[in-house]
Write a protein that binds this ligand. Structure first.
Ligand SMILES: [Zn+2]
Length: 325
């Protein structure tokens, strides 16, 4: 503030505006909303409202809420669904389960608000603790793997349309392959999709031989991690399969499908990634972002079904996003 006043008093208005527009190094946006508690599939279903409750309690206990810049989901965003989804898919979801449509729409609005905040330089990076997740959603007219609308894919297209972003890197470390995201950009060289997952888990896709097609050939990178894979295995995958490709691609923005069912002790996953592992992955993605796109990262929750483990991993991930180092 003192510096800003000094600049204004000095008559350096252009420089002053620049300082004001430039995000603080440490500013991390956090999208939270009570409506993330509303989506119920069935009483015993692992994708449950308690996931969000456990996250907010953990973030509060760790003092992370005090440091974050709060972002509200963007409203009236139905038009943007069409960037990825057909009207018949949207109509079908709405007809079959109007509540799910409404709640998934809030989650899409959450990540779009995070894109707005990062692309407007209000924050350096952002995390959306939204649910339901999205990376399995395609245009089948029905829910796919707890997903209705592919928030991360919509966010990529939204950043391109609304902010003129050209190249988007999507990093997906969920235990499951993001088949919906791969489908959305399989022939598109403007989106580099990198995913680590277990190909033998749902939905049974994501083999490394699938590298994209046409102009998109080489812009789809699948890495299989077998059951029991550790921090070292996933960090090796990032080092050897992501870094060179990302540096060559030189993204204008990075989106993360942050699924923590790849964490140790998950109910649906069988990998052994620790919270330290997720911190390292976050640091690696941040290093790519710092090098190519002014640190611009939008991360959103995908899977993660051990309530406490998921909350701990989210807290570790956000802490790493906030870190100035
Ligand atoms: Zn998953």
């Amino acid at each position: 503030m003192e510096r800003r006043n000094f600049l204004a008093l000095s008559g350096l208005t252009i420089l002053s505006k620049y300082v004001q527009a430039k995000p603080k190094k440490s500013s991390t946006g956090l999208v939270l909303d009570q409506r993330f508690l509303k989506h119920h599939i069935s009483p015993q279903h692992p994708e449950k409202p308690l996931r969000y409750q456990a996250i907010t309690e953990k973030l509060n206990n760790e003092g992370i809420l005090d440091k974050a810049v709060f972002i509200k989901p963007k409203e009236d965003i139905e038009q943007w669904l069409n960037l990825i989804h057909s009207q018949s898919h949207i109509d079908s979801i709405n007809r079959n389960d109007a509540q799910a449509h409404t709640h998934a729409l809030v989650a899409t609005g959450a990540v779009l608000a995070a894109v707005d905040a990062v692309c407007s330089n209000n924050v350096r990076n952002a995390f959306s603790a939204s649910r339901p997740p999205g990376h399995h959603a395609k245009n089948t007219g029905q829910e796919e793997g707890f997903c209705y609308y592919n928030h991360i894919a919509i966010a990529a297209r939204y950043a391109q349309k609304q902010y003129g972003v050209k190249k988007v890197l999507i990093v997906d470390w969920d235990y499951h392959h993001g088949n919906g995201t791969e489908w959305a950009f399989y022939s598109d060289p403007s989106v580099l999709y990198f995913s680590t997952h277990d190909v033998f888990a749902y939905p049974g896709t994501g083999f490394p031989s699938r590298i994209g097609e046409g102009a998109g050939k080489g812009f789809n990178i699948n890495v299989h991690l077998e059951c029991g894979s550790t921090d070292k295995d996933i960090i090796d995958a990032f080092q050897h399969k992501l870094l060179a490709a990302a540096n060559k691609f030189s993204p204008d923005i990075i989106l993360i499908s942050a699924g923590f069912d790849s964490r140790q002790d998950d109910l649906l996953g069988c990998l052994n990634i620790t919270d330290q592992g997720f911190i390292k992955l976050t640091e690696m993605v941040k290093a790519i972002a710092d090098k190519h796109c002014d640190g611009k990262i939008i991360s959103m929750l995908e899977g993660g079904y051990n309530l406490q483990g998921n909350a701990d991993a989210v807290a570790a991930h956000i802490t790493a996003l906030m870190d100035d180092g």
